[in-house]
Design a protein around this ligand. Structure first.
Ligand code: G6P
Length: 610
């Protein structure tokens, strides 16, 4: 979502802020801006569009300073225009950048307008800067004024604040949105994500909910929500400083699709060296916890929710444990019936999706004792909030449309299925060996599927001229159909819907005519014959079929039936394999249409607001 970076140093901080924004840009990219203090004046530059536009303006204006805050925005309140871009300022003397949403902004806006403050944007953020300014007038203490102001805010925020009167001081605060301090040598930084700071420091201090901090050149102090000084540990980031590079690929999404064999191999590396799986792969206490539970609830958003839905089929079918999969934004506000013996599993690439983090907190507050997160970012909020964890090792995912994160999540979930299946006596040693052998073979099977790209490109050429598409699957391939439809709509803007193929005649069949491409996932599993009947129903109405089958699926190409066969049937792991051609289909369709593949309109990589 939006990104924040700030710095106080003896050197010019503008290049640091700019590099930080570039590293955060994939998370939100409709406008960008910065403010720097030079002497006792604030200089602000803002631009709608990408960070590159801001960079050009900075070069033109030769902007520099030793203290500054910067922001890349994903619009919530107010269109993505210059006047709504951050930083927002009050009376030319105080500036704020903000991630999150202030829910009581209307009420505060009325009050502050009554005091004479003039609003120049449509954002919720502008109330924060005027509110801090108001308190600063009484106290002349930036930290104290910020504490008083945030106490009046309802909603989620991570903010960075600077003031023209205090040229060596940066104040920040967080509640519901991530924020951290970077520790340098006689310089300090803030950022919403550690990746922004990696070129300047790997020493990170994570702020906790309700913290407010004052950061100077030499030191910083943190005050907790009760007004007490707080000691937060300095941690060394495990991330590497190199910015993800495209290499020979045209887009990060393409690169990330092709990285999947490596991402899967690395995710599975630590566990496949042994003949048998140890529950400890999920944490020291995992065996005790996994023996104590009687059901699993998996909570996630977006693509991660599709991984949850596949896992539901696996957990019930293979491990024999009741499982439900829930969309986080629904779960957190639903009156569910807590069962203290349910394991709450959260899945997230970023580990900071606001709804998923809030859903976990909600589950714990409502009496759930056991939690496990499957995540791609080691020190993320979700990981820190969970008792047990499994880290996927997909590496940074930059393309907004998730690809390698999804398939590595599925691999991690399959490990959970195996461990639970063993503990519950549903999987014996020979079966475990068979499953582990299949997992070992998975990266090379994915490499084979990637070779289908030229055939997929031919499908994409046809798909690109369509307005709509229907995706069908059955069993654990139904969520893969959902994922295929999501990928297509996200990056090519073609309206796509997924249905369990058995539901076709309960509504969606009415949409089928010669203009409706129907993508069907037809692995050689127990439901294949039933699926074939569903496909006949489509053909009989003139629908054009695009069938992804396995070598031995016994489906033949014919008029109106385009067929691609995957090299082999992967058994229970088949959903992972069938995902890959759908990712390539979306990618090549988007290429044909000329859309911005890595930064599709209106979306953001990491959704840190609800
Ligand atoms: C956004 C991204 C999706 C992602 C979803 C959940 O919508 O664009 O690609 O699946 O957030 O993100 P998470 O980091 O929690 O997996």
């Amino acid at each position: 979502m939006c990104g924040i970076v700030g710095a106080v140093a003896q050197r010019n901080v503008v290049p640091i802020l700019l590099e930080g924004l570039k590293r955060l840009e994939y998370r939100g990219y409709d406008s960008a801006g910065l403010v720097v203090a030079t002497g006792n004046t604030l200089t602000r530059l803002r631009k709608p569009g990408r960070v590159a536009e801001l960079e050009a303006e900075i070069k033109k204006q030769k902007t520099h300073g030793h203290l500054g805050i910067a922001h890349t925005r994903w619009a919530t309140h107010g269109a993505p225009t210059e006047r709504n871009a951050h930083p927002h300022v009050s009376e030319d003397s105080l500036a704020v950048v903000h991630n999150g949403i202030i829910e009581n902004h209307e009420e505060l806006r009325l009050r502050l307008s009554g005091m004479g403050y003039c609003f120049t944007s449509d954002t919720d953020t502008e109330v924060i800067v005027h509110l801090i300014h108001h308190h600063y007038q009484q106290k002349k203490d930036l930290l104290g004024a910020t504490r008083l102001a945030v106490a009046e805010l309802k909603g989620a925020y991570a903010i960075g604040v600077i003031c023209a009167d205090a040229p060596n001081k940066l104040v920040c605060a967080r509640e519901g949105s991530p924020l951290l301090i970077g520790v340098g040598i006689e310089e300090h930084f803030i950022a919403s994500d550690q990746s922004a700071l990696l070129p300047v420091t790997q020493k990170i201090v994570y702020l906790e909910e309700g913290d407010v901090a004052e950061i100077g050149l030499l030191d910083f102090k943190i005050i907790d929500r009760n007004g007490k000084p707080a000691n937060r540990q300095v941690q060394i980031s495990e991330l590497r400083a190199e910015r993800a590079e495209l290499g020979s690929y045209r887009h990060f999404m393409q690169k990330e699709i092709f990285e999947q064999p490596r991402a899967l191999a690395e995710t599975l590396e630590a566990v496949l060296g042994y003949g048998s799986l140890d529950p400890k792969i999920f944490g020291e206490k995992a065996e005790k916890v996994l023996k104590a539970i009687d059901s699993v609830t998996i909570i996630a958003c977006g693509t991660s929710f599709h991984a949850a839905t596949v896992a539901r089929y696996w957990l019930e079918g293979v491990a024999g444990i009741p499982c439900s999969a829930e969309v986080a934004s629904e779960y957190r506000y639903r009156d569910s019936v807590p069962n203290p013996k349910t394991l709450i599993v959260t899945i997230s690439q970023s580990g900071e999706t606001a709804d998923t983090v809030a859903a976990l907190k909600h589950a714990k507050a409502s009496g759930h004792k056991y939690s496990l997160s499957i995540c791609n970012v080691p020190e993320s909020a979700l990981v820190r909030e969970s008792d047990l964890r499994f880290l996927t090792r997909a590496g940074p995912e930059i393309g907004v449309a998730s690809t390698k994160a999804f398939t590595t999540q599925l691999a991690a979930l399959f490990l959970l299925v195996l461990v639970l299946g063993k503990l519950r006596g549903r999987i014996d040693a020979a079966q475990e060996k068979g499953h582990l052998d299949a997992l070992r073979h998975l990266p090379s099977m994915i490499s084979q599927v990637l070779l289908l790209e030229p055939q997929i490109e031919l499908w994409a050429e046809r798909m690109a001229s369509r307005q709509h598409a229907l995706f069908l699957g059955r069993g654990p391939h139904y969520p893969i159909a959902m994922e295929g439809a999501l990928k297509l709509k996200e990056i090519s803007y073609i309206h796509a819907e997924a249905y369990p193929a058995g539901e076709l005649k309960h509504g969606p069949l009415a949409l089928v005519d010669s203009d409706m491409p129907v993508v069907a996932i037809a692995p050689n599993d127990a439901l294949l014959e039933k699926l074939k009947s569903n496909l006949q129903e489509v053909r009989a109405r003139g629908g054009e079929l695009y069938v992804l089958a396995d070598q031995d699926s016994h489906v033949s190409p014919q008029e109106g039936v385009h067929l691609i066969k995957l090299p082999e049937h992967a058994g229970l792991l088949s959903p992972i394999l069938h995902t890959v051609p759908l990712q390539m289909l979306a990618y090549h369709t988007a290429l044909q249409k000329g859309t911005d593949v890595d930064k599709p309109r209106n979306l953001a990589k990491s959704v840190t607001v609800e």
